[in-house]
Every structure is written in C-alpha cells, then in structure tokens.
Design a protein around this ligand. Structure first.
Ligand code: PHE
Length: 347
C-alpha cells in the first residue's frame, strides 16, 4: 500500500505545474484525510512484532514523498519567477545603437596637450574654479584697479551666498570677494603655496569671463596653464619647451615667434605666435596661441619663495583655441552645442 502511494506521488507530481494543483494533490496524500496519513494511523492495528519494520517503511516513504514535494515546489517557484520577469528576449525592442561613443574634441585636445608635457616631466595640478580675489589677482601681482578685476570682465559672487571651502590668503580676507576664476593662473599660486620648488606642473581647467558669446568668445571656456620653477630659469628654457610642444601638436613644419606683451604676473611677458604651411585654411599666417613669460619676482614674494634663489616661467593657453587651429574650426560655439554632425567628425 505504501509503495502504491509513493508510486502515485512519483507519477503525479511531474504533471503538476501550478501551486493550487500542487496544494490539492498534496492534501490527498498528506492532508488530515490523506492516504499517507491514513496509512500512518493504520500503525495502531499492526501487530507489535511487525511495528518496527512497518514503522521504518512508513518513515522512508514519508521522506521520499517530502523530497518530491520540495522538488516540485521549487520547480513551480522558478516558473512563477520566470512568468513575472517576462520573456528573456523582447523582440519588440528597437535594436541597440551600435554607433560607438567618442571623446569630445576638447577632451581629446586636452589629453593630447597633457600627454606632451607629461612626457617631459610635468605633473598635472588642479585647483578650484571658485576662487577668492587674492588667488586670482592679488597674489598674481594684479593691482586693484586693473581692468581684469572690473565687474565688466569678471564674474563676482556675492559673499553672503558663496558656499565654498576656498581658503583665503589676503591681508584682509573680510574685504575679499569670491570670483569664478578668470584664468588658470590661480593654480600657479596654489601649487607654489602647497609645494616646495623645484616645480614642474601643468593645469588644465575651466575658466569664466563675462564675455558676450560670439564666434570667438564664450563666457566659459578652458585653459591650460604651465609653471616651471627652478634655479636660473631663462627665456631660452621657456622658448625651448614651448617650441617642442608646438611641434608635437601642430607638426614639425611649424614656426614660432615670441612677441613682447604684458601680464602683471610675468616679466618679461610674451605672446607666442605660430605659423605653418600645412594648417589648411589657416596656413601661412601668424596666429597667436598663448601668453607666457618669466614669473615676476613679486609673485614669488607673494607665496614666500625666495626670488634670489628661484626663478621660473609660466604659460597659459586656451584649449578651445588650440583645438580650433588643429581642426580648422571657425566657431567656438560648435564645442558646446552637442550637435552630433559636429561631434561625429572627431569620434
Ligand atoms: N593667464 C593669462 C591669460 O589668461 C595667460 C598667461 C599665463 C600669461 C601664464 C602668462 C603666463 O590670458
């Protein structure tokens, strides 16, 4: 009789696929009136000598049946889960876009420029986009009445609302305002305060100016700063490094020239121009690509570096400008409009 019950369970569970069917079948075997339950009750009438043997048989059968229950239940649960998740493949979904992404042309240019300088021993430095006036101007020897500090050109932040962890360094910090940095030259100051010379850093970053947007101006663009501090640094060192850089990025044929200029934080100061025969539409004409010069001793003084011992050069360029010359792009606004027709040309 027990064998019959087991055989029935073996046969039936395989055909059960839903939970209610399973439960009602289980009741017919193991429920209060179930066949197995009845068989167990029958133990009462078994003669005493036969009890151990029969008892053992019943237990074994019960165990085997329970195992079948478990397997069936987990099979049902898996089916329920699969039903909830839906089909493994939804053939109605659109096919994935196989076009690979690409780096933004400004990212590409920035990386290229960083790589060129890293190869010759410069490391990368960064500092906040929100600065106090001291880091952006005073420490860079830029007097109070300098036009760059005018609210016409610089974006000032209301002191009360400026949420910042920028530490201040001016004589009277309470009088200082917060500005969105107008150039990456503030990184020069932060680096010189944080580290001992000799120093060799480049600093790519975002800068802000109160410019009206047109083909060559953007209120937010990117610069690339360089700073080198060592003993007996001269214009020759500056020119050598910049010539190397320019040839790496624009090719061997490029000519360079340094034109006298003025920046409050360098003395002497220069603009570097380049000219090349293979720059497409921009071929054969002199183009300004960056400002540079020998670090003014006043700047070293502001950060507590002895200008009798140390000297250095600095340079700064617009990353957009470099990219525009590299690719012959005639409007800076292309960089910010995320037009795929433009971006795909650089993928
Ligand atoms: N900070 C200058 C600018 O924004 C560029 C510069 C950097 C010039 C370093 C000299 C030295 O135009």
């Amino acid at each position: 009789q027990l064998e019959e019950i087991l055989a029935e369970v073996q046969k039936s569970v395989g055909e059960i696929h839903l939970r209610p069917a399973f439960e009602s079948f289980k009741a017919t075997i193991s429920g209060p009136k179930g066949k197995l339950t009845e068989a167990m009750k029958g133990m009462r009438d078994v003669p005493k000598e036969a009890k151990p043997a029969i008892g053992k048989l019943i237990n074994e059968t019960k165990q085997a049946i329970e195992e079948h229950y478990e397997n069936t239940l987990s099979r049902i649960e898996q089916a329920e889960m699969a039903a909830r998740l839906g089909p493994a493949i939804d053939p109605t979904l659109p096919a994935p876009d196989r076009a690979p992404g690409g780096l933004h042309p400004l990212t590409q240019t920035r990386r290229r420029v960083v790589d060129i300088f890293r190869k010759i021993g410069f490391t990368v430095a960064e500092s906040p986009e929100l600065e106090t006036e001291w880091f952006c101007f005073d420490a860079l020897n830029t007097p109070d009445d300098h036009p760059a500090r005018d609210a016409q050109d610089t974006l000032f932040l209301n002191k009360e609302t400026a949420v910042t962890n920028v530490s201040r360094h001016g004589d009277d910090p309470s009088k200082e305002a917060y500005v969105l940095r107008t150039h990456t030259s503030s990184v020069q100051i932060r680096t010189m305060l944080a580290e001992e010379p000799p120093l060799r850093i480049v600093a790519p970053g975002r800068v802000f100016r109160r410019d009206t947007v047109d083909a060559t101006h953007s209120a937010n663009f990117h610069q690339f700063e360089g700073l080198y501090i060592d003993r007996n640094v001269s214009v020759v060192d500056l020119k050598a490094v910049l010539d190397h850089f320019v040839r790496e990025i624009f090719g061997d044929k490029v000519e360079t020239r340094l034109r006298p200029s003025f920046f409050p934080f360098t003395e002497p100061s220069f603009e570097m121009d380049i000219r090349s025969a293979n720059l497409g539409k921009l071929s054969n004409k002199w183009m300004e690509i960056m400002g540079c010069g020998i670090v003014d001793p006043e700047v070293l003084k502001a950060v507590g570096i002895d200008s009798e011992v140390w000297s250095g050069y600095a340079f700064g360029m617009g990353i957009e400008r470099i990219a525009m010359i590299q690719h012959g792009i005639d409007d800076i606004r292309h960089f910010y409009q995320n037009d795929l027709r433009f971006l795909k040309q650089f993928a």
